[in-house]
Design a protein around this ligand. Structure first.
Ligand code: PLP
Length: 417
């Protein structure tokens, strides 16, 4: 009997040993030090001011039952369309034209998330091992998608000199060294809020043309200029290079539960790209027809929601600027988007600051390394969401400011002055 059990254990061991699994999904799944500390704090019953929450539905941005019902279109018969329902594609094209882009419904394809459409684009453009160039710092989105698509990532820097900007030399160097097949621009960029200028756009399009790279532009935050000057038109419809513009309802309508997103394709190779996208989409038919049928209503309701979100972001940003003025913390930029980067004194690294903020003041912030900050900028940065309900945001910022001020006082005492 014992022998039989042993055989079963050995059998399962070799059947489900690590060699059974792929390298591409061998990601570390353990809790980070910060997450472990958060869990411990919550278990102890101590309060947490979560300044990382970027889920609009948890911060009061909801539509109400009546509007929600209008976002769902239920048809008796299932009539899937791989690139998206015609009415959904037409509504997206009209929406993009309202943002200053120039596309029609035939250039649009629909999916269940911008992240999913990145994966579509990677598999359509690249064989395994090919490279995509993505910005650093950046929201941690690409590594998993690229692993799943078998694509290698290289980074180009977003530079900071009091404002964020693209450096032509550094971009050229990264393109040359990587041999990338596609270049990703995120504008407005998460988490820096950088919005590419017309000159940067011209430089990037020229770079893509010379190196025969596709241009992939993530415009999910386009409707959220925090400073009014950061309002740039959509690049969708750019004919100079193969241009794939991605966006989706999770940001455009502050409606992540909709699970609907879109891409707009233009330029040389657009027809071939869309032909392949149709087959990729047809393989899974991920995007629900229920939500696609409601997309025209959702996009109609989106601008009012965006106005509420922009007002919240502006209010919170003004609060942070006011409270942190004259302290050793600086707010870095934020022309657009839902987040804010804070530069803190280099008396500790970013994870040290994040742990200290949580343990001493109960404030949860993102350490900058999460966005790939540490390798491009020597000062520690912390990431904070601007979506928070205003009084919780103000309390969190107050606590952060106190932490830094107390740290500065302690240094003065240690220095004996
Ligand atoms: C810049 C950017 N693009 C895309 C996404 C993912 O969007 P989706 O919810 O449509 O997958 C995010 C998520 O926060 C993001 O910050």
């Amino acid at each position: 009997m014992v022998w039989l059990q042993l055989r079963i254990v050995i059998g399962y061991g070799s059947l489900f040993g690590m060699e059974t699994f792929s390298q591409r999904t061998s990601w570390s799944r353990g809790l980070t030090e910060l997450e472990s500390a958060r869990v411990a704090r919550v278990r102890s019953g101590a309060p947490v001011w979560d300044l990382t929450c970027a889920n609009p539905t948890r911060q009061g941005f909801t539509y109400g039952r009546e509007a929600l019902a209008s976002f769902l279109g239920v048809a008796e018969a299932y009539a899937p369309c791989a690139l998206g329902l015609p009415e959904a594609r037409a509504a997206v094209a009209a929406y993009i034209c309202g943002q200053g882009g120039q596309v029609d419904a035939s250039q649009v394809w629909i999916g269940s998330g911008t992240s999913e459409l990145y994966w579509h684009a990677m598999t359509i453009l690249c064989d395994p091992g090919a490279c995509w160039l993505v910005p650093q710092p950046g929201y941690p989105l690409f590594d998993y998608v690229a692993d799943l698509a078998g694509v290698r990532l290289a980074r180009y820097p977003l530079a900071w000199d009091g404002a964020w900007y693209l450096q032509a030399d550094a971009l050229e160097q990264a393109v040359g060294a990587s041999g990338a097949r596609a270049l990703v621009i995120i504008s407005p960029h998460n988490p820096t809020g950088h919005v590419w200028t017309a000159a940067e756009r011209e430089m990037v399009v020229d770079c893509c043309r010379r190196h025969q790279m596709a241009l992939v532009v993530d415009e999910v935050f386009l409707d959220y200029p925090v400073d009014a000057s950061a309002s740039e038109p959509s690049v969708a419809g750019c004919e100079e290079v193969l241009t794939i513009c991605l966006s989706g309802a999770s940001k455009v309508a502050a409606f992540p539960q909709g699970k609907v997103a879109w891409g707009a394709v233009a330029g040389p190779g657009a027809e071939e790209f869309l032909g392949r996208a149709e087959l990729v989409s047809d393989t899974y038919l991920h995007a629900s027809t229920v939500i696609q049928a409601g997309l025209p209503a959702l996009l109609k309701a989106a601008p009012a929601m965006q106005a509420r979100v922009r007002a919240r972001c502006r209010e919170n940003l003004a609060c942070a600027r006011r409270r942190l003025a004259g302290t050793a913390v600086s707010v870095c930029g934020v022309p657009a988007g839902w987040s804010m980067l804070l530069r803190v004194p280099d008396t500790m690294d970013d994870i040290g600051w994040a742990l200290r903020a949580l343990q001493a003041e109960g404030v949860l912030v993102h350490p900058g390394y999460l966005f790939g900050m540490e390798s491009v900028h020597s000062s520690p940065f912390l990431g904070v969401s601007l979506l928070l309900e205003a009084s919780a945001f103000a309390e969190g910022i107050e606590r952060l400011a106190r932490l830094v001020e107390e740290g500065a006082d302690a240094q003065v005492l240690e220095g004996g002055t």
